[in-house]
Design a protein around this ligand. Structure first.
Ligand SMILES: C[S@@+](CC[C@H](N)C(=O)[O-])C[C@H]1O[C@@H](n2cnc3c(N)ncnc32)[C@H](O)[C@@H]1O
Length: 423
């Protein structure tokens, strides 16, 4: 969305800076110039301490306070008006061309354009083509379109540099969204989405399985490059969410000693939570291949070596004993029966006085637009799972030895934390 893209850029106050090239290492001054604010110091070496407050601004409505998502998605009055019933044709065309814009974005990232360019100095399209080994004339057209949607800046003589927004697409940006793009609008999930009408017609989930014959996580096991992108995308998500989740939990559960993040990916969330809990330790519980692949240096950068360990296994079979279990965007990968199985396994291992915290996009009541309802369709295409209402969480919990004690909105995000106590 053109207006959306420029709106986002304005929202995060990125300017087309004339800063010196800062592509490999970032000083605090560089980060400030890139609008990466290190709130309260940066105990995580430019990782977990990043300010995440701006990231979810497009989806700031909570499960209790809603505005129309297209209004949320852009505070620009012009676009908001365009998406109303008074201008149905532009509104529909905006949705039609949304897919073109996201594919221009994806192609640029996949080809390495954003890693070949700098924000401070423009490069000729011909030079970039030679560097990344692609057709000059066609690359120019892709770069021109990328500039048109606000990701690059075109200068005289077919030269380009990164826009403020485009900087977030280079692999070495401290808050890179590269893998988020490569996973969510890359060829695998694009193919899964193509099955959507047939899935609904047939009453079946999981376009990914239809396309590839197995689920995402099995595909990742067989395709290491895809696995890297999956885990990288999860870490992108956590860089957007962990700080807000940490702030929401604040001192809650501070007395608890042992945390276990089930399906915790690289462990970014756990690192953020242990920051306020010097007595606590944590286990990232993951599929064996993900556990051995490591944590991309997150534990070391957070200064938590010795306090966070990684353990491989299958959450459908057994999880380590702990006081507090976390599951962020894990249950949404699975259907209700599968969720009950996971919850029963955790119930068996939870220590006396322990809890379970589910971090998800909780679906609000009927006719209340929310980001969760869109991700819900993504999950339908990509998995057997779904996003759930509070009542649906209560129901799967009740069948599995848990009851919901609290649901907290995570401010500035579309997330909520559902707290379960064992019964
Ligand atoms: C959608 S990702 C969420 C990752 C992370 N919690 C986050 O929010 O970024 C789901 C995670 O569950 C893990 N997973 C899938 N099946 C699992 C299993 N049977 N046992 C343990 N972890 C599993 C995947 O490897 C993946 O990292």
């Amino acid at each position: 969305m053109r207006d959306h893209a420029s709106g986002t850029e304005a929202t995060i106050s990125m300017t087309e800076t004339s800063s010196p090239a800062t592509r490999r290492t970032y000083s605090p001054a560089d980060l400030e110039q890139m609008n990466v604010n290190l709130s309260g110091g940066d105990p995580y070496g430019g990782l977990c301490g990043l300010d995440q407050s701006f990231i979810w601004r497009p989806f700031k409505s909570s499960i209790n306070h809603h505005t129309h998502p297209l209004e949320q998605a852009d505070s620009n009055k012009e676009t908001t008006r365009m998406t109303t019933e008074q201008q149905p044709i532009p509104a529909i065309m905006d949705l039609v061309t949304g897919q073109w814009r996201s594919q221009v974005l994806q192609a640029g990232v996949a080809l390495g354009i954003y890693d070949a360019l700098s924000a401070s100095q423009s490069s000729a399209a011909t030079a970039v083509a030679a560097q990344i080994g692609v057709d000059e004339a066609l690359l120019y057209r892709l770069m021109r379109a990328s500039a048109g949607i606000g990701l690059l800046v075109e200068e005289e003589g077919a030269r380009f540099r990164l826009s403020g927004t485009g900087q977030f697409l280079s692999a070495d940006h401290p808050q890179t969204l590269r893998d988020m793009v490569l996973l969510n609008i890359g060829p695998e999930l694009y193919a899964a989405w193509a099955h959507l009408p047939a899935l609904i017609r047939d009453g079946e989930h999981d376009g990914f399985r239809r396309e590839f014959g197995h689920i995402v996580f099995d595909h990742a096991r067989e395709h290491p490059a895809f696995a890297e992108v999956v885990q990288g995308a999860m870490t992108c998500l956590s860089t957007m969410e962990a700080e807000a989740v940490r702030a929401t939990l604040d001192r809650r559960h501070a007395a608890q000693e042992l945390f276990c993040d089930v399906g915790g990916g690289h462990g970014y969330l756990l690192a953020a939570l242990l920051r306020d809990r010097p007595q606590a330790k944590g286990i990232v519980f993951e599929l064996p291949e993900v556990a051995v692949a490591g944590d991309a240096g997150i534990t070391a950068k957070a200064g938590l070596v010795g306090r966070i360990s990684r353990q491989g296994g299958d959450m459908f079979e057994a999880v380590p004993e702990a006081d507090i279990y976390l599951m962020k965007h894990v249950l949404h990968d699975w259907n209700d029966d599968e969720c009950r199985q996971i919850l029963r396994v955790i119930r068996k291992s939870v220590r006396e006085g322990g809890r379970l915290l589910i971090v998800e996009w909780v679906v609000p009541g009927p006719n209340e637009p929310h980001f969760a309802t869109l991700v819900d369709i993504h999950m339908l295409c990509a998995s057997s799972g779904r996003e759930r209402t509070r009542a649906e969480f209560e129901a799967i919990g009740a069948d599995s030895g848990w009851h919901v004690t609290n649901v907290w909105d995570v401010p500035q995000t579309p997330l909520a934390i559902v707290e379960f106590d064992p019964v």
